[in-house]
Design a protein. Structure first.
Length: 706
């Protein structure tokens, strides 16, 4: 078995001056998946930069990751195992040894598993996107134990399901070819915040004469720099797509040959689209008919035209259907014939053929069928009793092991999530870097390594390269890689199958199997997948027929699906709570990651609600004043920003602050609900009605964390 490579460390004597450059990869939940060069001298990082030779990264890192050393060297980093001594949620712990912690955790899990291993629930997501420290050893452990499975739906499942229904997989354009597009629709995306490297290619296209149009309820930083901003209502994207199709049809801006040869269900889709003239689409979207007509004309008469779709627009009840409809637009105009035409939502399907299907060792389930809990409804699941539907026929959750996630902050309807985590009879283990809202509720907190301290390999959902992450620093304190923790728990539970003996380098080699030259990947830091430049110029979609699918005998026709919470579906609720709220990430945070990095927190200053001047005036709100945002699920205090970024009738609650760093111990997810999307059973974060009022005088702004 290959040994884990030694990280850079402080050498002896004259060798202390030796400078080495190490290949790394950004681990965070971002489509850019940057290649990083880490320059190390004397066991210290002296430079962290984007790899200038990696085409998607081209030498640049975002503001967040460029300050990564602030996270690694953070004075509040957890560096020893901790055991709870105070009430859950108070964050009161004492240090213990690794042996004491792991022995007790293994004993507790063994006792619960003897009754029913499905009472043990893992909870993880994309705190790292790495194959090794993500689910590499963890999935083997849970399969062998027979624990409940987790439906990892929190971010992208509605859109991924809709895209796969249409194209057969989560595939799309190559990132770099956007630079050659003549029209780019940036739909439900704010790449200046969430995908800066795509933005550089879009800017290159703009300099070459391309038109950029942002489609987003919020006037984002990106929208400000586009030629046009289409500020539609949250949840109306499918209606807009149908309105565009109507205009493409009646004006004959269609590629009839492409539709005839490469699209299933076109006659049925055509009939549906003709029911959506611009007036109808505009009424649903909160636009003017001329905005719909103008956008359709731009899209139908400009080639090559490209769509950069992102996940914000699918976090509503009809998000899956909306993605299906938007994904069909490039087929109508034949945009896929050009390498700079088409659509990109996710490129993760391109790397699926090289992923090792045996990596997680599903055979360790030994034929057992275990229940699955949806991570988006973890609040209800933790508070449920046996027999309730949310438990999927299994027992009450008795133990929870959290890694690569912070559910008390990021899961919807967070008051219920916090109440579930506060159960004294729930045994909770959290692998973490800091005492997050979730870690504060743990019985044990185990210190995890960060990206520069461990081995990993990565794929991307925004481009078509694979990346290696070599450790450049020794782990700080007693921090251990996730894979090592699960490996040691497996040993304590007597799991002696060969897969549990694999060290992290062995896991890295296995992740892509024989489909990738691992030695080259490890040596160079990245390799590009061999794919055609214009992948669907002649059809060839990864569906059974090779055609994109609008409908079929096993696939209903997509349609506009209104929000759970809107005047159309619930007029009584909309009368009480007349403002729609979306909760996009604050520019300098990535979900709940980086919230406690001092320089980034200082830039964001405090939790903010953007509201337009008319809606603010109607409620007597002033810029900079503390407001109470509320609905039937709870209330949230934050600072009002009267801003042109918010359209009439919509407020923007920027997230995701840790609850304990908010003004009054809550965050924007106090207001979101646990109802699910039409496809993929994903959360509806942007499908939320609220009202806003001035806060009481004693709720004056104070420092975050007070």
């Amino acid at each position: 078995m290959s040994a884990n490579p030694a990280p850079a460390h402080a050498p002896d004597g004259d060798a202390a001056a030796t400078v080495s450059v190490v290949h790394a990869a950004c681990p965070h939940d971002c489509p850019d998946t940057c290649a990083i060069r880490v320059t190390v001298q004397g066991g210290r990082v002296i430079r962290l930069q984007g790899d200038p030779d990696h085409p998607p990264t081209h030498g640049a890192l975002c503001t967040k990751v460029s300050r990564y050393m602030e996270r690694i060297e953070h004075p509040e980093r957890v560096l020893t195992p901790l055991k709870r001594v105070g009430p859950k949620g108070r964050g009161e712990f004492v240090p213990v040894s690794w042996d004491e912690a792991l022995d007790d955790i293994a004993a507790r899990l063994r006792a619960i598993a003897a009754r029913d291993p499905q009472a043990i629930q893992p909870y993880s997501y994309a705190g790292t996107m790495g194959f090794v420290q993500g689910e590499g050893m963890a999935a083997r452990f849970w399969n062998r134990l027979g624990a409940s499975q987790l439906h990892r739906s929190i971010c992208a499942e509605a859109g991924a399901t809709g895209l796969a229904m249409t194209y057969g997989s989560t595939v799309g354009m190559h990132l770099q070819h956007f630079a050659e597009s003549r029209l780019i629709l940036i739909w439900g995306s704010n790449p200046i915040t969430s995908s800066v490297h795509f933005w550089t290619f879009a800017q290159a296209a703009k300099r070459a004469g391309a038109k950029l149009i942002a489609i987003d309820p919020r006037r984002t930083e990106t929208a400000e720099k586009c030629h046009q901003h289409i500020a539609l209502r949250p949840g109306s994207d499918g209606a807009l797509a149908l309105g565009l199709m109507h205009e493409l049809i009646v004006n004959d801006w269609l590629d009839h040959d492409y539709l005839a040869r490469h699209v299933e269900g076109w006659p049925e889709l055509r009939e549906r689209a003709l029911q959506w003239p611009p007036e109808r689409a505009a009424q649903v979207c909160g636009l003017t008919p001329d905005e719909v007509r103008g956008l359709a004309q731009d899209y139908g008469t400009t080639a090559p035209a490209a769509i950069r779709l992102n996940y914000g627009m699918q976090r509503v009840h009809g998000g899956g259907n909306a993605v299906r409809l938007i994904a069909l637009l490039p087929c109508l105009v034949g945009a896929w014939r050009h390498r700079a035409g088409g659509l990109l939502l996710s490129a993760s399907g391109w790397n699926k053929p090289v992923r090792n299907p045996a990596f997680h060792q599903p055979h360790l389930l030994a034929g057992r069928r275990v229940r699955t809990i949806n991570m988006a409804t973890i609040g209800d699941a933790l508070l449920a009793q046996p027999g309730e539907a949310v438990l999927d026929g299994g027992p009450r959750i008795e133990a929870l092991v959290v890694y690569n996630s912070n559910p008390v902050a990021i899961a919807p309807e967070s008051a219920r999530v916090a109440a579930g985590f506060a159960r004294e009879d729930l045994f909770t283990v959290v692998l973490e870097h800091f005492l997050t809202d979730t870690a504060d509720h743990a019985d044990y907190v185990l210190p995890a390594t960060m990206q520069l301290e461990h081995v990993d390999v990565h794929a991307s959902y925004g481009h078509t390269w694979l990346l290696a992450n070599q450790p450049s620093l020794a782990p700080r304190g007693q921090a251990r890689p996730n894979a090592q923790v699960f490996r040691e728990l497996a040993t304590r539970l007597g799991f002696d199958e060969p897969g549990f003996a694999d060290d992290d380098m062995a896991l890295a080699r296995q992740a892509f199997g024989d489909a990738v030259d691992f030695d080259r990947l490890w040596r160079d830091g990245w390799v590009q997948l061999p794919l055609p430049e214009a992948p669907f110029a002649e059809g060839g979609f990864p569906t059974a027929s090779g055609r994109a699918r609008a409908c079929g005998p096993d696939l209903p026709l997509p349609d506009h699906v209104p929000n759970h919470e809107c005047a159309e579906t619930n007029p009584v609720l909309a009368a009480r709570y007349p403002l729609a709220m979306i909760s996009p990430p604050a520019r300098h945070f990535l979900n709940s990651t980086f919230v406690n990095v001092a320089s980034l927190q200082a830039t964001e200053r405090e939790p903010v609600l953007e509201i337009c001047a008319a809606d603010a005036a109607a409620r007597g709100l002033v810029d900079g004043g503390v407001v109470r945002v509320f609905n039937d699920r709870g209330s949230y205090h934050c600072v009002a920003r009267v801003s042109a970024r918010a359209r009439r009738g919509v407020v923007n609650g920027l997230g995701v602050w840790w609850r304990k760093l908010g003004l009054r111990g809550s965050n924007v997810n106090e207001l979101t609900h646990q109802r699910l999307t039409d496809l993929g059973e994903a959360p509806c974060f942007y499908d939320c009605l609220v009202e806003v009022e001035r806060a009481d005088a004693e709720l004056a702004p104070q420092a975050a964390g007070a």
